[in-house]
Design a protein around this ligand. Structure first.
Ligand code: SF4
Ligand code: SF4
Length: 278
């Protein structure tokens, strides 16, 4: 049986919030029984875009994590009485009748994607557009409007999805929760990992050290390498944050320079490294 999955490419998201607005357009003031009661005008972000920065001046990147319900297969929010249940196609639904008054459902999600509707005394979240999928749609409202193709709905057999995940190096967010999400991310490293970047110049000429090599090592193991570009910049990505690395910059005819690089959650941009003649 083909089941519901979503693939979100972090590199393609530019925070336009079209997906957020499409979700509002679909669900605010609209009931879709038996899957959802109307979303309130304010306070809910069933498709939420989390935002962050990486690096420091002058090498800075933005990063965005579109975060709907992950429709987990081992979802901690599921209840035995059916107030929160999983459909055969994988979608996790909060029953808008059975879940009334059940505030504890909000806290059951480790991803923080369930919202409380004070007026209706109801926990609510993304339904994966279950009412549209039932009507034959192969998209959600958010995937349909995304202008960069960052969001894809994949209706596929589990083996087919596993092959796609392997081929495109897709990851799930917070795998340590063991909740087995159905939302996969491409280029998730931009959210979960960090870079070390910097600028290199030749001291004798004060010119950019184009062509110099930057290498990052940890405990004697080489983890990344980059060639300095024509602006004198380099960037080495996909590093575990919270570690101190050894960064060595070298160029033929110049003495190699090594720096300690303490890379935090928000990455590290080093001050200019000057290379001196041998
Ligand atoms: S519509 Fe696409 S690009 Fe825009 S915020 Fe959503 S995921 Fe990002
Ligand atoms: S993301 Fe949260 S609300 Fe969605 S299925 Fe997983 S545990 Fe439940």
């Amino acid at each position: 049986m083909k089941t519901w999955h979503m693939v979100i490419d972090i590199e393609r998201c530019h925070d336009c919030n079209d997906c957020f607005l499409a979700d509002k357009d679909e669900f605010v003031e609209n009931d879709f029984p038996p899957y959802s009661a109307a979303q309130p005008w304010h306070g809910h972000r069933w498709m939420n875009i989390e935002r962050g920065e990486r690096g420091q001046y002058p090498i800075v990147q933005t990063r965005y994590l579109p975060k709907p319900c992950q429709h987990c297969d081992a979802a901690p929010c599921l209840t035995e009485d059916g107030a929160v249940y999983k459909r055969p196609d994988g979608l996790v639904i909060i029953d808008p009748v059975k879940a009334v008054g059940r505030r504890e459902i909000v806290d059951s999600c480790p991803y923080g994607v369930i919202y409380w509707n004070e007026e209706k005394q109801l926990a609510q979240k993304c339904t994966g557009c279950a009412h549209l999928i039932d009507a034959g749609w192969t998209e959600t409202r958010c995937s349909q409007v995304c202008p960069t193709g960052a969001i894809r709905v994949v209706l596929a057999e589990e083996q087919e999805m596993a092959r796609l995940a392997e081929a495109e190096d897709l990851k799930v967010y917070l795998p340590e929760l063991s909740s087995r999400p159905r939302v996969y991310y491409k280029n998730l490293y931009r959210w979960t990992h960090a870079f070390v970047a910097g600028n290199v110049a030749f001291k004798d000429s004060d010119e950019c050290a184009e062509g110099a090599t930057a290498v990052v090592e940890h405990e004697g193991q080489k983890l990344g390498e980059a060639v300095v570009n024509n602006y004198g910049d380099f960037l080495i990505d996909r590093l575990e944050p919270g570690r101190t690395y050894a960064l060595t910059v070298s160029a033929p005819g110049y003495r190699p320079e090594t720096r300690e690089a303490a890379v935090g959650e928000d990455s590290l941009t080093l001050e200019t490294v000057f290379l001196e003649k041998d």
